[in-house]
Design a protein around this ligand. Structure first.
Ligand code: SF4
Length: 765
């Protein structure tokens, strides 16, 4: 009988200390934190050598978030503290070899925290976990590929296999991966976008005809107003603060809408300007609306009603128009229905529901009324709710009213949290591909691609749980910890006959495995990728649709590593042998060959190999950026979105899971969350002090959290209460620790994004 394996990081406390939240982001502290994280993983010389190439032209693209690089790169440092942490994690000198796995059983490893697992170093050779065994053992690449090929070809249907992608995967690897999977015969291509900006893709495609943001970085510098809603750039897209500082210097006003007063939205001290270190920094937000969790639609409707009132008042005195009626009449559809539906709402009720005072709402509307170069930026705070698509579309309604789309200094800006998550989608990593894309694959590669939609992430988990899918292969990521309903997802993965992870570092998904499991260690973005004796480069698409190159400089962490492209090419060779119409080795020998195929298959990549070698890369086409809407009627669409209602009992809370400042997705860099004044602890729950009094709870008290959906109770044990400035009956916890509370079926309408930002939970002492 194999010992128990923990699907969750152990519920052990690490010694919380609290301090006041920081009043300013970055500054000298960010510089010191950068040096600290680098020195924990390598020597300063290696560290600075790497950092000097990070985000520089022709250098290494940061593998963390997808915030774009400015045209004029800072010569000293074109990266943020969290970019440096990501580099330190990947380029660490620490190594995990066969001895490590000989010394630790799977169950012993599972008793370690996620932080500990990630700090053990780079994986160095392919490892196999045989059925019934409790230790990973070395395996050759050839045997590993043969083993996977045998299992895949033994499946009754290609749809019994699932091929997951994390957003770090390069364009070249992603395109080859989807080609392999579709030639194998399935569209089961779930990816991390399913859990983050899927809702943005759905909402924007329906309303503006493209699932990507419309603004460029230059638009930030020309904007009159920037709305930042449901996003914490200070931690998740830190270089955005430099862009906001520049926008402020150009006279822009910033409106922040967030249940938490995030330091990165309040004040910024540029880490490269010592004058900023000692100075008072740049105040960022002009109007901070600390909205209740999931009350964004109520607030946006209230702002829109006020704008319409101001319009009426202005009309009566012949003052300037506030609403851009010429844009509405010529470029949009659905305005009349939208206005008619709005009439059923009372301003006072919307204000009440949002938790924002009428005075604050009117002040915000007054600001918006004066300007039409308005950019709306958002992230998970809008996308991870049941009504996520409605949240985003209500934001689009406001922009359309103002004509703030398709012109300079205005538009939509869903800020992607993973470096190439947008690029992977563009490359065809999607479970529901467009017929035109499949037709192109047939035309270019001579095989009939599968036409039936595949599983997205939630559906993939359920398919494995129900025994409909038996083989799980992940290109990067930490599937178990990134997904909801941790214990359910664990059973799903353990149901598989084979689980395979292509990874750089050890994580919990390696420990929650199928009957047999493989870990295939790949090159990181900092490392040289030599194919056929020639150093290759890969390409990435950032949040604003700029495709650019990335080239590693370090020797590989081990002689046994293969690139993501090489792994896919060899695996495809092993699966298809002589049956394939594609010369996989030719693709692997020179990535220009892959880019030539991408050019033939995907719009916007004409002359790909020339354009990607330009020092600034190139922009992909974006109709909404030019005011051309690729919708059924070529118009931008107003939509009608319900105000979500959460009838909470006295002792119930709406929980949102968030990242700490020492975290990138499920990678834990450290145990501190310095901007929020929380140190050395991840098992915390931020609660409103009045709620503590109401329920007789105390600061620092240890509690369990539990949710109950459909009569099924889920428990997350051992959290310390942190009294925090958060709206009443709203609480915040970190993921992945709280993901166990999110039921698999609690997902957003249309986009199926797991609802990680508005989960009803209770506290148990
Ligand atoms: S802002 Fe994002 S992409 Fe840029 S360095 Fe920081 S983490 Fe990396």
């Amino acid at each position: 009988m194999l010992p128990q394996i923990h699907a969750q990081s152990p519920a052990q406390l690490t010694g919380l200390t609290l301090a006041d939240p920081k009043e300013s982001a970055a500054g000298l502290t960010a510089v010191l934190s950068t040096a600290k994280h680098i020195l924990e993983e390598m020597n300063l010389l290696k560290g600075f050598g790497l950092l000097s190439k990070l985000n520089q032209k022709g250098g290494i693209d940061c593998m963390s978030c997808a915030f774009p690089d400015p045209k004029e790169r800072a010569s000293l440092a074109e990266y943020c503290e969290n970019g440096a942490k990501a580099i330190a994690e990947e380029a660490t000198d620490k190594r995990i070899n066969a001895d490590f796995f000989a010394n630790y059983t799977i169950s012993q490893l599972s008793e370690q925290s996620d932080y500990w697992l990630g700090k053990q170093g780079r994986l160095t050779q392919p490892m196999l976990l045989q059925e019934g065994k409790n230790h990973y053992e070395p395996i050759t690449w050839e045997n590993a590929f043969e083993r996977i090929a045998k299992e895949l070809n033994a499946l009754d249907s290609p749809d019994e296999a699932i091929f997951y992608t994390s957003g770090r995967t390069s364009n070249e690897a992603a395109f080859l991966y989807q080609l392999f999977v579709r030639q194998f015969g399935t569209n089961n291509l779930p990816d991390c976008s399913n859990m983050c900006h899927e809702s943005s893709g759905v909402a924007l495609t329906e309303t503006l005809g493209i699932g990507k943001g419309s603004v460029t970085l230059d638009d930030f510098y020309k904007a009159e107003v920037i709305i930042i809603i449901g996003q914490n750039p200070g931690t998740n897209h830190p270089r955005m603060l430099s862009a906001l500082q520049k926008a402020k210097q150009n006279g822009c006003k910033i409106i922040s809408i967030n249940p938490l007063r995030e330091t990165g939205l309040l004040n910024f001290k540029h880490p490269q300007k010592p004058t900023d270190w000692v100075g008072k920094g740049t105040a960022l937000t002009d109007l901070y609306l600390q909205v209740k969790i999931n009350a964004d639609v109520a607030l946006l409707k209230a702002l829109i009603i006020c704008l319409l009132e101001i319009q009426q008042a202005n009309e009566s005195v012949g003052a300037n128009a506030v609403i851009d009626f010429s844009f509405i009449q010529t470029q949009t559809t659905g305005y009349e229905e939208f206005i008619k539906e709005l009439k059923k709402y009372k301003l006072e009720d919307l204000a009440q529901a949002s938790g924002i005072s009428l005075a604050e709402i009117r002040a915000t509307a007054d600001l918006l009324a004066k300007h039409n170069k308005i950019i709306a930026c958002w992230a998970m705070g809008l996308t991870q709710h049941k009504n996520a698509v409605g949240n985003i579309q209500e934001m689009v309604n406001l922009l359309l009213l103002k004509g703030s789309i398709g012109k300079e200094g205005a538009g939509t800006c869903p800020v992607r949290g993973h470096s190439n998550v947008q690029g992977d989608r563009t490359m065809g990593i999607i479970e529901k591909p467009k017929p035109q894309f499949l037709d192109k694959l047939k035309e270019n590669f001579g095989f009939e691609p599968p036409r039936k939609d595949g599983y997205d992430t939630v559906a993939a988990i359920k398919a494995m749980y129900e025994g409909k899918a038996h083989l799980f292969l992940a290109m990067g990521g930490n599937f178990l910890s990134a997904t909801p309903d941790t214990e359910f997802t664990a059973k799903a993965l353990q149901n598989c006959s084979l689980t395979v992870h292509i990874s750089t570092k050890l994580n919990r998904s390696h420990l929650i495995h199928g009957k047999t499991a493989l870990i295939l260690p790949c090159l990181g973005r900092t490392e040289k990728d030599i194919q056929n004796g020639v150093a290759q480069f890969v390409s990435i698409e950032n949040s604003m649709g700029v495709v650019h190159s990335s080239k590693g400089i370090l020797p590989p962490a081990s002689e046994f590593l293969l690139s993501e492209v090489a792994i896919v090419a060899n695996l495809a060779q092993a699966v298809f042998k002589e049956k394939s119409t594609i010369d996989w080795q030719k693709m692997n020998e020179n990535y220009d060959n892959i880019r030539n195929m991408i050019e033939k298959t995907i719009k916007g990549f004409e002359n790909y190999n020339q354009k990607v070698r330009l020092e600034d890369g190139f922009y992909l086409p974006n109709g909404a950026r030019e005011g051309k809407f690729d919708t059924w009627d070529k118009k931008a669409h107003f939509t009608i979105n319900e105000v979500p209602r959460h009838e909470l009992a006295e002792d119930e809370f709406l929980m949102m899971t968030i990242r700490s400042h020492d975290q990138f997705n499920t990678t834990i860099y450290g145990l501190n969350d310095r901007y929020r004044g929380i140190y050395n602890e991840r098992r915390i729950v931020m609660m409103n002090p009045e709620d503590l009094n109401k329920l007789g709870l105390e600061a620092l008290q240890i509690v369990d959290l539990y949710s109950n959906y459909g009569g099924e109770e889920r428990i997350a044990k051992t959290f310390r209460i942190v009294p925090y400035n958060i709206p009443a009956q709203c609480i915040a916890t970190y993921f992945p620790e709280a993901n166990v509370l999110i039921p698999i079926d609690l997902k957003a309408d249309k986009s199926h994004t797991p609802v990680s930002k508005s989960v009803v939970v209770k506290v148990r002492t």
